[in-house]
Design a protein around this ligand. Sequence first.
Ligand code: SAM
Length: 207
Amino acid sequence: MAQITTGLRRVLNDPRIYVVTQRLLTSEARTRRWVDEILRPRAGQRVLDIGCGPADLLRFLPAVVYVGFDSSAEYIAAARARFGTRGRFEHARVDEAALEDLGLFDLVIARGVLHHLDDTEAEQLFRLARRALRPAGRVVTLDACWAEGQHPLARMLIARDRGQNVRDAAGYRALAARVFDDVHAEVRHDLMRVPYTHCSLEASVPP
Ligand SMILES: C[S@@+](CC[C@H](N)C(=O)[O-])C[C@H]1O[C@@H](n2cnc3c(N)ncnc32)[C@H](O)[C@@H]1O
């Protein structure tokens, strides 16, 4: 079983297989629900997507000014090939230097990233997001999450995720609260076709 899991994780590094797997597991309507209810992007906003992967989320965004960063060269190449003119895609980990010339953003997204980061890295991500946001700007995250009473299949799938730092909602919330005063955590069981549990955080900068 461990070998199969390792093999699957390696295969998911291929952007095409990653996108197809995500589309099989979730659905347009479910992703749209999260976008409409929690992400709430508006046309014309400046959006920074940290750990954007192949940037499939762009399909669900209105006409925003989009900048995506990812540490995987393959994912960034796939994003550029597919969405070239719709955004700027950078092969890099986001750090202070990378943000220097980018200006401020209305919305910072980190979808499926926190559960890959240890606590120090996650705190750094929130510090960078805080620095990148304009007054009243928001950071929104979405990650697999442990929850009491969650479906056993959800626990099994999450335990096999490539991310080794899955937390419960309180754990995710505490990380954002190191940097932001205003943090809201929402646990969702309805974002995949299969039993699965997510935690979406929303934190904002004062107006
Ligand atoms: C599960 S994927 C999510 C991709 C995309 N956000 C999505 O929702 O489809 C996590 C991504 O985070 C990227 N990543 C992890 N840590 C990162 C970091 N410190 N800086 C930039 N990208 C990072 C990985 O390369 C990977 O593409």
